[in-house]
Design a protein around this ligand. Structure first.
Ligand code: PMP
Ligand code: GLN
Length: 449
């Protein structure tokens, strides 16, 4: 290729030919990308967020609230950038803005029943995503195995792989009525059988995305006993920690006996304050583990937005003062979401998409088997049916959801392809629009004679 752009043309030609030759050489060796990226180039969020936008759907797909955060949250951000403190526009401490790590240490110290040192036991990250990334990179080595409970938030598997480890999966299986998330349980002996000499850690996600299961204390005790017995780490993703319903209790596994020293607890201001775009998250844990997460963090993103961290520190000050009272957002948000959960569950039941009632999170899985009659299977035999179903639903019904097989390992995807996930953290008018679509669709379904 030769582009004529004035006197430097000859140099451009030489440079272009050189880079072309170099590119071909690299291509021939077939190692353009690092091998650890093999097989992880597809991403459910990238694909389905694009499709939802393309078809301008009523969007119950990606997990974010379409309502505003409360005014104190927006005011906190405005205060942080309003100019009172010009340094809030500049870099701050790499591992967490001092006022934020201080208040997080105080807040979580009470919840975990353990004194936290703001500088050693808290790392502020770019969302919970970065906290997860630092955890896997820092603590998982080549050849290590990491046990992941299915269904699982999809990024765990590629993150283990990028760290050089191998993911080992164990499914939650319904015991009793499958339409209640609490009945999906681990088999303790199956779990113990997954442990080998190479096992490094178990990943726990409670409340679980996408199932909405809130692990009971006894269930976490089985996991923690195993961690202690086999000297394993526990990576506990608790981003939906405040979203629990019907009097369920969110139990932090790091607070169980013998667990503090071997656990990393991960959470997110995005989920807790309905501001997912702020991307402020954190990891909590003992210094002997967190110091390695800090190494990854300091050599990758270095720190996250100062003003956002300052704002989150104001929000936690308020929440600390209001803790457990009716004015606390952590009390109000689950109350609002419970109504939305019940509304969506009722609608799904009425139209014959059987919902699995979640005890926590803002997701609801539903069985679409009855709707299969109106949705033809795809020509691509490898594509799980739920992927095809959701794509069809977005295109033809303008309603977005997420296929549940995306939250399963490859060998298990086909077993769960009759399920899709809805997010109910949505304005009432969005839920109403979804209801209208589903009711109209149901009305057109062929009935049993
Ligand atoms: N963990 C789980 C279970 C999630 O659902 C998400 C998505 N929000 C994350 C981690 C990442 O959270 P953040 O948006 O704070 O990066
Ligand atoms: N955690 C959110 C969900 O499960 C969004 C994840 C993302 O967009 N990457 O829907």
């Amino acid at each position: 290729m030769l582009v004529k752009i004035g006197p430097s043309c000859r140099f451009l030609r030489v440079a272009t030919e050189d880079s072309c030759r170099l590119f071909q050489k690299v291509r021939m060796s077939q190692h353009i990308q690092a091998q650890r990226l093999e097989g992880i180039d597809k991403n459910i969020w990238v694909e389905f967020v694009n499709l939802a936008a393309k078809y301008m759907t009523v969007n119950l797909g990606q997990g974010f609230p379409d309502f505003s955060p409360p005014s104190f949250v927006k005011e906190a951000f405005i205060r942080a950038v309003s100019g009172e403190k010009p340094m809030l526009n500049q870099y701050t401490r790499a591992f967490g803005h001092p006022p934020l790590v201080k208040i997080l240490a105080e807040f979580y110290g009470k919840l975990l029943g353990h004194d936290l040192d703001p500088h050693c036991n808290v790392l502020v990250t770019v969302g919970a995503y970065e906290a997860l990334f630092c955890t896997f990179q820092a603590l998982v080595d080549e050849g290590d195995e990491v046990i992941i409970i299915e269904p699982f938030f999809d990024c765990y598997e590629p993150m283990v792989k990028m760290a050089g480890g191998t993911a080992v999966f164990i499914p939650l299986r319904p015991k009793g009525d499958p339409l209640f998330s609490g009945n999906w349980q681990l088999d303790p002996s199956e779990l113990e059988n997954k442990v080998t000499a190479r096992t490094k850690a178990i990943v726990v996600n409670t409340p679980n995305n996408p199932l909405g299961k809130v692990f009971k204390r006894e269930e976490l005790k089985v996991i923690s006993d195993l961690c202690v017995k086999h000297n394993l780490f526990c990576f506990s993703d608790e981003v939906y920690e405040w979203l629990v319903y019907d009097g369920r209790e969110h139990v932090r596994i790091a607070s169980l006996p013998g667990m503090w020293d071997r656990s990393i607890t991960i959470a997110s201001a995005g989920k807790s304050f309905s501001a997912t775009g702020w991307k402020v998250g954190w990891a909590l844990g003992p210094d002997h583990l967190l110091k390695h997460l800090r190494t990854v963090h300091q050599n990758s993103v270095y720190h996250c937005a100062t003003a956002a961290q300052e704002a989150v520190s104001y929000m936690f000050e308020k929440e600390l003062a209001l803790f457990g009272t009716p004015d606390s957002y952590f009390v109000q948000l689950p109350q609002e979401l419970k109504q939305k959960r019940d509304r969506l569950a009722q609608c799904l039941t009425e139209v014959g998409m059987e919902p699995i009632i979640p005890e926590g999170s803002y997701f609801m899985m539903a069985d679409i088997s009855r709707f299969k009659t109106s949705v033809p299977p795809s020509n691509d035999a490898d594509e799980p049916y739920d992927y095809n179903f959701v794509k069809w639903m977005m295109k033809h019904k303008r309603l977005a959801a997420i296929p549940v097989s995306a939250f399963y390992s490859t060998p298990h995807k086909k077993t769960y392809e009759h399920l899709i996930r809805f997010c109910f953290a949505k304005e009432d008018k969005t839920l109403e629009a979804a209801e209208e679509i589903l009711q109209r669709w149901n009305y057109q379904q062929p009935r049993a004679p």
